[in-house]
Structure formats: C-alpha cells, structure tokens
Design a protein around this ligand. Structure first.
Ligand SMILES: Nc1ncnc2c1ncn2[C@@H]1O[C@H](COP(=O)(O)OP(=O)(O)OP(=O)(O)O)[C@@H](O)[C@H]1O
Ligand SMILES: [Mg+2]
Length: 356
C-alpha cells in the first residue's frame, strides 16, 4: 500500500517527460521513504532500479548488470561484464540514445565508498555521453551529510551537473491518516504526534491493536522497533554521537533557543560554539526542528501579558541577555526607560538651577 507522495510523484513524472537528459539527486534521512518512492516511480516504465550495497566495486557492478537485465529487454545486458562504472554508464547511455531510460542508483554513498573517485567518473561521463542521451539518472542516498557535502556542494565534481534535487521530507499529516483506518480521528492524530510522518514508523503501528498497546510494544519495550531508533540514527549519520545526545537531552529538558541549548550542554565558549554547530547538524539530520516566530506573528498585546515568552535570560552574559526578547522590551532593557530618562533630565535641570 503506497500512501501520499503526490507532489513528489508529480515532480518525477514531469522530469521524466521533459524530453531532456536529467540528473536528479534525491536524498533524505533514513526510513523517510526514498526507496519506496523510486520503486513506485520505476514501476511500468523503461527503468533500471539498482540498490547499491557495502561490497567491493566488482560485486556492485555485477549486481548492476543483473538489475539492467531485469529492467530492460536487451539480450546483451545479461552477458556483459563491466570493468568499471564508466563502462556501465556508457552502456546505459547507449540504450538511452533514442528512448527515455530511467536509471536509479540507490544508496549512492555506498557506491562512492567502494569506488574512489566515482563522482569524478560520473562528471566525465555526464559531460561527454550522459547529456547527449535521453537518460534520466537518479542518484539517491540516505546519508544527508554525504549527499549535501559530496554531491550537491560546490566542491563536488557533480556540482552544476544535476538538473534537479530534492530532499525528501516525512509525509504530511493528512497522508498519515490513511495508515490507521480502524482508529478514531483522535487516535490517528495522536499517532501522528508520536511518530511524525515517517512511513517506516507508521507501518510498525498496527491498527488492529489499540494505540496504547502499540506505544507499549514498539516504543517502550527494549525489543521494540523504536526503542533504540534515536541511537541508531545518530550512529549511522554521525561519527561522535555524544554531543548530540546531550543536545537532545537539553531540548527535552526544555531549552528552546540555540544559545540556551549551548549553555545547557556546556558553558565553555568553544564547547558552546561546537554545540551550536551540532544543533545545526541535528536539524540537518531532522532530529530537531528550529521554529522562528515571524515578525508579524509576535503578539501585539502588552508584554506583561506574556512574561514567560519575553523574559531576559539571567544565565546569559549581560551583553546578550536581551536576545530573543520582544523588540520593544529589548529597547527598554538596553536603553534607560522613558521615565528614567525623564528623571535624569529633571535632576540635571534642578542641579543647574541650584548652581545658578
Ligand atoms: N508512501 C508510503 N506509503 C506507505 N509505505 C511507505 C511509503 N513510503 C515508505 N513506506 C514504507 O516505509 C518503509 C521505509 O521506506 P523506504 O525503505 O523507502 O525508506 P528509505 O528512505 O529508502 O530508507 P533507507 O534510507 O533506510 O533506505 C518501507 O517499509 C516502505 O514500504
Ligand atoms: Mg532506501
């Protein structure tokens, strides 16, 4: 059962029918549904879906040949032995000379691990053969940091070659509702509040049991699928998860602003800087989200009505204490308030008057 993803599917359809060579980069955190989306898209099309593994280059090339054989009706595809990825890509470009051929390389970071310099090979291929063919090449990966730094960043050989990119986000709330048709609307909304829009997590919940039972089984039992998921995600994406654990703990304790989180994690300046960077990184791994109130959305009521929201933080150094405070209140904090100015002016005039 494939649910939601209408905008993404439509976008892929548009790319596929553009009539031009396309190099599309799809990435997103683990379990968000990349593979499922791409497999759905390949169904019923002239397409080769290849899932790379953490094995030697030769084994991945062999597996690619098998995927080719499955995907396109070509007697040569089964017998050919590719010496390297340039040869394999030239083969598919040849098959895409007159007719659109979609080639998906899923878990692209694994391919790069087994073949050093693959992005450069790919760049050379694209500049010479790829962009003269009717190929739609999709590079897909779960390691967000790798995809952003090694594939999309300016220093990557592939920079400027991609014709489109998309970071796949969790499903929208309305797409989550059909996962649990047997539950009341209240329970479905609660399930979304607990699991977010992650299809892999949503699939673990079974609507033939109650919501409470599902939470007990999947989240709270040590054997449950979600019991250790945060640790698993941190370990798979980051080399040193310790700081990130502290960060998440700080957020759970109620620190909301980046500065507060940094203070909570460690007060030393260098550590605070590191923690800020880490907070940014956690957002990129989608473990934490940053909400910034829009200017217009600040309440117009007097601040006294919102003491909790706009109080300066006494733990901060004096210079930055008023940061995050409502602008009007900050003015009052950094400059002497109007009555105060008035009092000083009065004092000055009366001193002068006395001198005279
Ligand atoms: N739109 C969807 N509707 C229903 N189930 C989905 C949907 N998308 C994904 N799933 C299910 O969620 C699970 C995880 O999806 P998938 O394997 O595609 O994620 P992924 O992003 O490729 O993960 P990874 O990065 O670990 O490879 C699978 O069981 C899949 O069937
Ligand atoms: Mg996948």
């Amino acid at each position: 059962m494939f649910i939601g993803r209408e905008p993404e599917t439509q976008f892929l359809e548009e790319l596929s029918s553009s009539g031009k060579p396309e190099l599309f980069v799809l990435y997103g955190r683990r379990r968000v549904g990349k593979t499922e989306l791409l497999q759905q898209f390949c169904r019923g099309r002239r397409a080769v879906y290849f899932l790379a593994a953490q094995v030697r280059e030769k084994d991945n090339l062999r597996a690619f040949r098998d995927a080719l054989q499955e995907g396109i009706d070509d007697p040569l595809a089964g017998s050919v032995e590719f010496p390297d990825w340039t040869a394999a890509l030239n083969f598919v470009a040849e098959r895409a000379r007159d007719e659109r051929l979609v080639v998906v390389l899923d878990e692209f970071p694994y391919l790069c691990e087994s073949t050093k310099g693959l992005p450069s090979q790919l760049q050379r291929f694209w500049d010479t053969r790829g962009k003269a063919s009717k190929l739609m090449l999709v590079l897909c990966g779960s390691q967000v940091s790798f995809m952003e730094n090694e594939v999309l960043a300016e220093r990557s050989p592939l920079f400027g070659r991609r014709t489109a990119q998309r970071r796949l986000e969790p499903l929208s709330p309305e797409s989550v509702l059909p996962f649990f048709p047997k539950w009341s609307m209240r329970d479905r909304v609660l399930a979304y509040a607990i699991l977010g829009g992650m299809p892999a997590y949503l699939r673990r919940f079974d609507d033939s049991r109650s919501l409470f039972e599902n939470v007990a089984r999947e989240c709270l039992r040590p054997e449950g699928y979600l019991f250790d998921e945060v640790q698993f995600l941190l370990r798979s994406e980051l080399s040193n998860p310790a700081t990130y654990n502290s960060l998440l703990a700080a957020i759970a304790r109620g620190s909301e602003k980046v500065g507060d989180i940094a203070l909570d994690v460690d007060v030393a300046r260098a550590a605070a800087r590191r923690a800020r960077r880490a907070a940014h990184r956690s957002r990129s791994v989608a473990l934490a989200t940053r909400y910034v109130p829009r200017r217009g959305s600040l309440p117009r009521l007097p601040f006294q009505a919102h003491p909790a929201a706009y109080q300066p933080d006494p733990r901060r150094p004096r210079r930055t204490r008023a940061r995050g405070v409502h602008p009007a209140r900050r003015r009052a904090l950094v400059r002497p308030s109007a009555p105060c100015v008035h009092r000083r002016a009065l004092a000055r005039t009366s001193r002068r008057a006395r001198r005279r």
